[in-house]
Design a protein around this ligand. Structure first.
Ligand SMILES: Cc1cc2nc3c(=O)[nH]c(=O)nc-3n(C[C@H](O)[C@H](O)[C@H](O)COP(=O)(O)OP(=O)(O)OC[C@H]3O[C@@H](n4cnc5c(N)ncnc54)[C@H](O)[C@@H]3O)c2cc1C
Ligand code: SF4
Length: 329
């Protein structure tokens, strides 16, 4: 029962010089009590390409939406700027009135003088007014350069390529599968699990290897997930929603996957320190190695442990030699 809105044919403005209409909103007192809206509208009237400016109390009211359409036709406007609230909620409304007046809706620009001026600079009305003028000036400069856009619709391949088979990649693939989407999980190493393979405990002391094995089993058993181990992306071609990606395996064999989305879950590697005798003295180990030692063999007769945090990221290189410590593990 929904009526499909019909629009008049679009006016060809390609040979016209820009004729910009600027509509500045008070939003009741939301903008008007801080920004001097009349001053902003007067300022806009002097800008190159502007042939009409108007101040409204509430631009989004039905009356004023009709007025915008009338002004487009009266002044032969071919570009529109509205200076009001956030474009996120209101730009589509004003673009729709342009369509109803026979203008391409992409010949539109929005200046957000409420969230970006009156609301955030409430205590500084003079400066807020100057900023609002600046925002309008930028919007007018941009709108003059805009060209009509004709949207087209294309099919999107619903298959997803997930690069990286760590916890994030596996969780993403399982979540896609739950929603009914196929995915191809490409992992460069010989096993799923990533960094978590090196770890023993979760942050709250839980059994990470057990959790990880469960996750791997779920992924392998899921018919909607194709796992490719020892594989990497070699080349990506195509366009939004329709990609052809070449995968190369360790044995140099290649295959091509067609997909519409990509999730990159390639994780990170812990830094390998070059400081504090790491690699030179066996008592100096990283935190991951410490965790493995505690899990698999215990700490033995270690009675003094020194933790050195943020190694390599905050220390001055010339002080490292002085600070080098031999840990008594
Ligand atoms: C030092 C350290 C200690 C940690 N300690 C704990 C802890 O005690 N407890 C805890 O719960 N969490 C811990 N974490 C966090 C936990 O390891 C991570 O949150 C989690 O494992 C990250 O998973 P991920 O999938 O994002 O990345 P990763 O596990 O890094 O997985 C990324 C995967 O992508 C693959 N990959 C990378 N590049 C490519 C490519 N080009 N093509 C194909 N595959 C690729 C890698 O081989 C890897 O398998 C620690 C992390 C670090 C770094
Ligand atoms: S267009 Fe935005 S700023 Fe203007 S009255 Fe409506 S809500 Fe307020």
């Amino acid at each position: 029962m929904t009526a499909v809105q019909e629009y008049p044919p679009e006016r060809d403005v390609s040979r016209e010089l820009p004729r910009v209409g600027v509509f500045v909103c008070n939003c009741g007192i939301n903008i008007g009590s801080v920004v001097n809206v009349t001053e902003v509208a007067d300022f806009a009237a002097e800008l190159a390409g502007v042939v009409h400016t108007e101040e409204f109390l509430f631009t989004c009211s039905q009356d004023n939406i009709i007025k915008i359409k009338e002004r487009i036709s009266e002044h032969k406007l071919n570009r529109v700027v509205v200076a009001s609230c956030t474009p996120r909620t209101h730009a589509p409304l004003f673009q729709s009135s342009m369509k109803e007046a026979g203008l391409n809706p992409y010949l539109y620009e929005h200046a957000n003088i409420r969230e970006q001026s009156s609301w955030v600079h409430r205590e500084f009305p003079k400066e807020a007014t100057e900023k609002a003028k600046d925002l309008v000036r930028m919007a007018v400069a941009k709108v003059r350069l805009l060209k009509p856009v004709q949207p087209t619709f294309i099919d999107v391949n619903p298959k997803v390529l997930v690069v990286g088979g760590g916890i994030a990649g596996m969780t993403a693939a399982l979540s896609l599968a739950e929603q009914g989407f196929h995915s191809v999980l490409v992992e460069k190493s010989r096993d799923l699990g990533g960094m978590a393979n090196e770890l023993c405990y979760s942050y709250d002391g839980g059994d990470l290897p057990r959790f990880l094995n469960g996750l791997k089993a779920d992924v392998k058993a899921n018919e909607l997930i194709e796992v490719m181990l020892k594989s990497q992306v070699q080349n990506v071609a195509g366009y939004l929603g329709n990609y052809k990606t070449k995968i190369i395996r360790n044995d140099e064999s290649t295959s091509e996957i067609e997909h519409g989305g990509v999730i990159i879950a390639t994780g990170a590697n812990p830094v390998v320190p070059t400081e504090y005798l790491y690699g030179e003295n066996p008592s100096v180990i990283t935190q991951v190695q410490l965790e493995q030692r505690m899990y698999y063999q215990g700490l033995g007769d270690a009675n003094t442990i020194v933790m050195i945090n943020c190694v390599g990221s905050r220390n001055r290189k010339d002080l490292i030699a002085v600070g080098s410590a031999v840990l008594n593990l």
